[in-house]
Design a protein around this ligand. Structure first.
Ligand code: ADP
Ligand code: ZN
Ligand code: ZN
Length: 743
């Protein structure tokens, strides 16, 4: 009998290596690398049974053959993970210095990761009955969601779409109960959709817009026949989405698939609807709100080539694409594309690698591109495409600064801003008030003795919330009942200092009682469909005030918002993070971009104490590109990314000395590998900006290198040594390559 093959298996363990097993149960004929690599196997690992992925078939193992164990079960007869994705995962593991098994676990949906069969369940869909086609939507006037659902289905029916996927309808904000009601009224019937989609229908369900010259030129410059990265820098409302739609049409017409990554799905149902309405081709949406079953289904649909358009958040960058045509990343500057724990990968940076391997174009879009991407564009690594004007009839909003020095404020809102809000509401228009802090007030202070309510577990203040009434630490989530009496001097004079969204909402309600005030933040939208119902109300177009955090800044198209007020532009300027000003600039431009997006002219008011600040002046007078250039020059002078390459070693422990000693050791080991020279510098161990969080003391060691290769070479030597040391087990520690958030 021939010797059984040896399989190198990547397992979800924190160890940075693969493990050898015998393929004993398999006939030799099927032991070739091409049939094994990419398949899942179940194996014994210590006392556990783990599911891993075969990454190579070998003839020899460094382990004594007598001690090699056979796999327990082969779970796939054909590779679940195509070679291309396996290579991407291998690249990811190397680049982020993370165990391959854990990278693979991130790439696979939960069910498949745990060993479920790679089989799909029938797809639920709906079809209008004859009665449903003929029913007048007004007859459902008493339940607006049912009415909207009927209108949606009739609209699609008229456009030739008979079957509508259940998941599509949930995606754009309808609920099971709405569907059930229409079914009970016999307006709808339940159907099963086919896996093999009908591609005989015309590609487009809806005429595309005629592109303006800038859009047309951007689209023309995209070469669909090979790899290149394009940075589409388009002002807010310049029609980037239309460029995406038409680029996708091109690849679909060639029989290929398109992958679109967006920051957050729940916030942008309108955008999803635009994609669903445009194409007569199967579209799959992948995000964290899906159940494990739905996620697996979506992944398998993509992998079987049964879906043509995949729209997803960060982890969707690992979706299999048997017929890849293009990858697009909308709002490429958004922080959500970088995972902040575990495998700290950047979906944008991985997309560059993946598109290159696949030899397809990558399109990165933003009104406020990251400095990294702009720098790549200036170095000609990316090709810059620009849409400097708003599309259609809209003009850019007029931006004004309100100097807060010596102004009388009503709970943080200036008289000038209040007057403008008044005017806009009187003119039946909508107003957006932006404040990047949820809760009522960030500080509770005793008027008599100066005591401040602190979190017991963090170096942080407790935020006062009034809806419901409590104190909340936004860093460790600790919550407690409200405090009425100062624990220090027993005074009852406790004051709320500073503004949050709840406070702004309260003030605006009192000042403008005849208009609705809608608050949009993590608290007000945590209930399922809450965001949808707020958006529905805004989209009806009646005058109202929207108060909210950065959730309001992300990609929304509110046609009737003509005034955006930014209550506090200054916090980013004082940030300890070197990216603070960049993020502030992006946020200001994105919020400003929500104003005047349709035919009515828009205005933006920015409240600030730093009206003369050169960065703010450049941003407002000369625009984002000049602002970015100024920032880039500063980064070059201060030797920071994108001109240098960073890795952040973080360590935390209940006893501060454990974390500090570990990082001291890391520094010694690093210096032994590579002395501190201009090309390589070490900063730390230093306390993290918030030294104590959730009862742990946190420190960091920053490694700053002149070249990526040097940085990786160093980490390759350093990390295995660090792992070997006993100290490494006394603190939680992690490596962050290209850290985006230095906290
Ligand atoms: P962005 O993605 O850059 O924010 P959108 O694609 O959402 O911009 O476009 C903003 C608005 O302009 C939308 O209402 C869109 O329908 C409209 N629009 C985009 N391109 C055109 C065009 N070529 N002609 C007319 N209107 C357009
Ligand atoms: Zn007191
Ligand atoms: Zn806390």
């Amino acid at each position: 009998m021939p010797e059984p093959a040896i399989l190198a298996v990547a397992l979800p363990t924190p160890l940075r290596k693969t493990f050898d097993y015998l393929a004993a149960t398999e006939p030799a004929a099927t032991s070739g690398a091409d049939t094994w690599v990419g398949c899942r196997v179940a194996v014994r690992f210590g006392q556990q049974r783990l599911v891993g992925i075969v990454v190579a078939v070998k003839q020899n193992s460094p382990v004594d053959p007598a001690r090699l164990r056979p796999i327990e079960q082969r779970l796939d007869l054909t590779p679940l993970l195509p070679n291309e994705l396996l290579e991407l995962c291998q690249w990811t593991a190397n680049y982020y210095h993370h165990p391959l098994g854990e990278v693979l676990a991130t790439a696979l949906p939960a069910g498949l990761k745990l060993g479920e069969a790679a089989e799909r369940t029938p797809v639920k869909a709906w079809q209008l009955t004859t009665a449903g086609c003929q029913a007048a939507p007004q007859s459902l006037a008493r339940s607006p969601r049912q009415r909207a659902l009927l209108e949606e289905l009739q609209q699609r029916h008229q456009a030739g779409q008979e079957l509508v996927l259940h998941s599509d309808l949930l995606q754009i904000g309808f609920q099971n109960s709405n569907l059930k009601s229409l079914q009970d009224k016999q307006l709808l019937t339940r159907q099963q959709a086919n896996y093999s989609p009908d591609r005989s229908q015309p590609l487009l369900r809806q005429e595309p817009l005629a592109l303006n010259p800038d859009q047309a030129s951007a689209l023309e410059q995209i070469d669909f026949s090979g790899f290149a990265t394009y940075l589409l820098h388009g002002t807010t409302g310049s029609g980037k989405t239309e460029v995406y739609l038409q680029a996708i049409a091109t690849v679909l017409a060639a029989g290929q698939q398109a992958l679109l990554l967006i920051p957050e799905i729940g916030l942008t149902p309108q955008m999803l609807k635009r994609f669903q309405l445009r194409f007569n081709r199967p579209l799959t949406i992948i995000h964290s709100g899906l159940s494990d079953g739905e996620r697996k289904q979506a992944w398998l649909d993509a992998s079987n080539g049964d879906t043509d358009i995949i729209i997803g958040t960060r982890s969707a960058v690992f979706t299999p694409l048997p017929r890849p045509g293009i990858i697009i990343i909308d709002e490429e500057h958004d922080l959500s594309f970088k995972q902040q724990d575990g495998l700290r990968y950047s979906a944008r940076d991985l997309a560059v690698i993946r598109a290159q391997k696949l030899q397809i174009p990558l399109l990165l879009g933003s009104a406020t591109p990251s400095l990294e991407s702009l720098c790549n564009a200036y170095n000609q690594r990316f090709q810059l495409l620009q849409l400097p004007h708003r599309a259609g009839a809209a003009n850019p909003p007029a931006i004004e600064l309100i100097d807060l020095k010596r102004q009388a404020l009503l709970e943080g809102i200036s008289q000038t801003a209040l007057d403008s809000i008044d005017q806009r509401l009187e003119a039946a228009e909508q107003v957006l008030v932006f404040i990047n802090r949820r809760g009522f007030a960030p500080t509770l202070m005793c008027h008599d003795c100066g005591w401040i309510a602190q979190c017991a577990h963090c170096d942080a203040r407790l935020t006062v919330h009034q809806q419901p009434n409590h104190l909340h630490c936004h860093h460790c989530d600790h919550q407690r009942s409200p405090i009425k009496r100062c624990p220090n001097c027993h005074s009852l004079q406790l004051n709320c200092l500073g503004q949050g969204t709840e406070r702004a909402e309260t003030v605006l309600r009192e000042r403008f009682p005849q208009y609705p005030v809608l608050r949009v933040d993590r608290d007000s939208t945590s209930r399922k469909h809450a965001m949808q119902s707020i958006l529905d109300q805004v989209n009806r177009g009646e005058p109202c005030i929207l108060v909210g955090t950065q959730m309001l800044a992300k990609g929304h198209h509110f046609a009737n918002v003509t005034l955006a007020v930014i209550l506090d532009a200054d916090s980013g300027m004082f940030s300890t993070d070197f990216r603070g000003p960049e993020r502030m600039g992006q946020l200001l431009i994105q919020v400003a971009g929500r104003s005047g997006r349709a035919s009515k002219p828009g205005k933006v008011l920015i409240q600030t104490h730093l009206g003369d600040h050169p960065l703010l002046q450049t941003l407002l007078r000369q625009g984002y590109s000049e602002f970015a250039k100024l920032q880039l020059r500063e980064r070059q002078l201060t030797q920071l990314p994108p001109y240098r390459y960073l890795a952040l070693l973080r360590a935390e422990s209940k006893r501060p000395e454990n974390a500090i000693e570990l990082l001291n050791l890391a520094r010694q080991l690093a210096l032994a590998c590579h002395p501190a020279v201009p090309q390589m510098s070490y900063l730390g161990p230093l306390p993290a900006p918030m030294e104590r969080r959730n009862q742990r003391f946190r420190y960091q060691l920053q490694i700053n290198a002149g070249s990526r290769a040097q940085l990786h070479h160093l980490l390759q030597q350093l990390l295995p040594q660090l792992e070997q040391s006993a100290l490494s087990r006394r603190a939680r520690w992690s490596v962050d390559i290209d850290p985006q958030d230095m906290s």
